[in-house]
Ligand binder design. Structure first.
Ligand code: AMP
Length: 542
């Protein structure tokens, strides 16, 4: 027998119409690239998103077509989130920290029809445009007064505010299929080129429900939320959608992510909840510590993207009375998978023991199922001791990559995360290692394979292996181990200079260690885990 309930598709635009109707007067505050602070309300957001949806239609952007963005966290980016997805096209956020060759590859692979960019990124657009195989429309996200008078974008450059001004604010959000694509985000693959994860309307709305819950990111209409995590990195962990669902005030930091600017914004806008990677919080804690400041409104901070150290969790909680929510996720998971929220029995533990619990990545949100498996694929016990490959499945987990001709990454319907973890009897997952061959520096990926490939282009290098070494500021940095060709005397400086222009500046290894040989396994593969054990603390001890 069928249930007798309405069938309403789960659509991204419904988050915006809800926010407009129920929280129309709630504020959205943005620090802009133009240097000032901009304020408006959800009512204004909705009206301008409708204008923008009309503008996209006038530019000829049809259903399912990709709308690229290269932008900081700000209200115009938020308008694009809803105008693009809501009207049936696909919001495609790109990471401006990538090398221009990679950006050009991604623009073309995604077949973006139009690219919206913040003024900061004009030089990047100028370098990428000549490399593109398919033509695009470029729109600078600013007003007429700030439009660049000179530029090298080969075709006409449009002005965002002109588009908004010239468009009607009446637009009926279409009743889309909830399984249609809403947004796209590329992640650095462990092998080969970056891969696109294509979120659906349904997966986005379900993720929003689950991530907003009290034991998840714990968001409400009484919150003032500062997403420091970029809107180009997995949709700022879903916070733009969550804020609409719950009616929270939103505070966008724009390009100013240093400790001082963040602190001013947190205090000035009475932020109650913030979210970002450990590296950003390190900068904030240093700034606040130096001036012996305190947080007058901030009550919680979500720390994820890389492991939150016990020292950081302790400092936030002991010194500043800011609760830490340690979270784990992935681009392929929209991204939130687990959050470390206490169960009732943890509350009674001594403080130090509670901090120890918080070093774990936490328990799964409803909607995510996880397991750990051994080399034979057999499920391992949740005893807090056995460690295995972490696999997940759920409503907002990718089943394949965008435009991928390759086989599905799934293993018997489960997505292999590339993380190695233990799970305790309470269901708290703890990452102990990573089987995927990538380096996460300040929350962003560096491909060790790309680094090795560049090093091997050097005529005096016989073999190069790049590993992630722990780093006090960036969490991890690339360390390159090199076997020289016989008779070669190439030194670190020359080899490091060889990287200039070949990879993004911040991808360059911090150091090179010359070795006689590297350990190989039975099949001739380099045993990177052995090298990580030997050299993993290089930057901590150097
Ligand atoms: P991304 O797709 O860029 O969001 O990166 C996802 C990966 O970042 C995960 O598979 C982990 O390797 C790592 N990661 C994310 N959150 C955490 C965390 N809380 N602790 C340790 N590693 C994390």
């Amino acid at each position: 027998m069928e249930g007798l309930m309405m069938q309403q598709p789960l659509l991204v635009a419904s988050l915006l119409t809800h926010a407009e109707r129920h929280h129309g007067g709630q504020e959205i505050v943005s620090r802009r690239v133009e240097g000032d602070i901009h304020r408006y309300t959800y009512r204004d957001l909705a009206q301008r998103a409708r204008r923008l949806a009309n503008a996209l239609a006038a530019l000829g952007i049809g259903p399912g077509e990709r709308v690229g963005t290269l932008a900081w966290n700000g209200y115009r980016h938020m308008e694009l989130y809803f105008a693009a997805s809501g009207s049936g096209s696909v919001l495609h956020t790109l990471n401006p920290r990538l090398h221009v060759d990679q950006l050009a590859y991604i623009f073309d692979h995604a077949e973006d029809r139009v690219v919206f960019f913040d003024l900061t990124f004009l030089p990047l657009i100028e370098s990428a445009a000549p490399l593109l195989k398919s033509p695009k429309i470029f729109v600078a996200m600013t007003d007429r007064a700030h439009m660049p008078s000179k530029h090298n974008v080969p075709i006409m450059l449009m002005c965002y505010e002109d588009l908004i001004k010239g468009s009607n604010d009446e637009f009926d959000w279409p009743l889309l299929d909830e399984n249609s694509a809403a947004s796209l985000c590329y992640t650095s693959g462990t092998t080969g080129n970056p891969k696109g994860v294509l979120y659906s309307h349904r997966s986005t709305v379900l993720h929003t429900y689950a991530a907003a819950l009290p034991d998840s990111l714990n968001c409400s209409a009484r919150d003032s939320i500062l997403p420091v995590v970029p809107m180009f990195h997995v949709n700022a962990w879903g916070l733009p959608y969550i804020a609409c669902m719950v009616g929270a005030k939103l505070v966008f930091p724009g390009p100013a992510l240093d400790g001082k600017s963040l602190y001013e914004l947190i205090e000035g806008e009475q932020v109650t909840l913030s979210a970002g990677v450990p590296t950003v919080w390190q900068g904030l804690l240093t700034h606040v510590g130096e001036r012996r400041g305190e947080f007058s409104s901030m009550r919680r901070t979500v720390i994820g993207g890389a492991a939150c150290s016990t020292a950081m969790a302790t400092e936030f909680q002991e010194q500043y009375r800011v609760d830490v929510l340690h979270a784990w996720g992935m681009t392929e998971l929209s991204p939130v998978g687990t959050v470390c929220s206490f169960k009732a029995h943890h509350e009674a533990l001594p403080r130090q023991d509670r901090y120890a619990v918080q070093s774990k990545q936490g328990r799964a949100l409803f909607g995510i199922d996880m397991k750990i498996v051994g080399p034979d694929g057999e499920a391992m016990p949740w005893d807090g001791v056995a460690a295995g490959d972490l696999l997940v499945r759920g409503h907002w987990v990718a089943m394949n990559y965008f435009g991928s001709e390759g086989a599905s990454p799934l293993r018997d319907g489960w997505f292999p995360t590339g993380d190695v973890a233990k799970i305790d009897p309470d269901g708290f997952m703890h990452i102990t290692d990573r089987s995927k061959d990538v380096i996460k520096s300040g929350g962003e990926w560096i491909s060790s394979i790309d680094i090795e490939n560049v090093a091997c282009l050097h005529p005096q290098v016989a073999m190069a292996v790049c590993i992630a070494a722990r780093h006090p500021k960036w969490d991890e940095r690339p360390l390159l181990l090199v076997v020289r060709k016989p008779g070669s005397d190439v030194d670190s400086q020359a080899l490091l200079e060889f990287f200039d222009g070949r990879v993004a500046k911040w991808w360059k290894p911090d150091a090179i260690v010359f070795v006689e040989s590297v350990p190989l396994g039975g099949t001739g593969k380099v045993l990177k885990n052995q090298l990580r054990e030997q050299y993993g603390d290089y930057y901590l001890t150097a």
